[in-house]
Design a protein around this ligand. Sequence first.
Ligand SMILES: [Zn+2]
Length: 277
Amino acid sequence: MNANLVTPVIDNFSDAKVNGLINDSGDWDHEVLQDLFLPADIDRILATPISPHIKDTWYWKGDSRGIYSVRHGYHMLTNSYLTVDPHLQFTEWQRLWVLPILPKVKNFLWRCMRNVLPVREILKTKHVWASGGCPFCTYDRETMEHHFCLCPMVNQVWNGSIILNNESLALMLNRVLCGPSLGEAACMWAIWNARNNLIWKEVTFSSIGLKQQVASYCELWNLNYSKVANTTNVVQITSVWVPPQVNVDAAIFSDGVGYGAIIRDHTGRFVSSQCPD
Ligand SMILES: [Zn+2]
């Protein structure tokens, strides 16, 4: 049974407390309940016993004892909670956690799949004022699906492939995470950073620059996080000194520049890197 009330929340009462539904005798106030709630909810509320002499406290609804644990919270977020919302059907959590990418990018993808990334259409559902639509084109709604896949300004970053087939972003990622998916993670991270740079710093971008950024992320993550790179301990000893290698790339935008640099030692192994977010 769904523990949540089905009556829509009235904005003016969003901060109201339960004691406003209880009369002076310490019982549920039937008239107030009938004014505010749908019949299905009224029956459930009336079936809830009142204990006016017991001090109020917090109980975690994911546990029969009301005790919260990280384990319960995780399972609620990734399983039972997701089945409530048909748009949140991402299931490939294990594959997401082992992707060889920066932890903050995993957090970003997690927010995408939890539908809490602050794009404008999501902000509106949380009653946060957010005017305007897509920051990249004239489309009047900034949804995650449009922002990351359907927007013509970012579509080229995916190399022209029709990556979204009448499905949600979560379902699309479910599908692509079954195979090599570093590129998809890099695309989304680059698009998200381009969006934030445009909105907050007024830095414009080009599809070519964005593609270069994606390639740079992939190379950096491969070097820094892939198991092969991290577990290679073989050092070839040579008497001939070979200079270290430095790979650099840069792009000029209308009001700024982007750059990336990778330094390798004489064996070609990664030493250090630098690039803007
Ligand atoms: Zn757009």
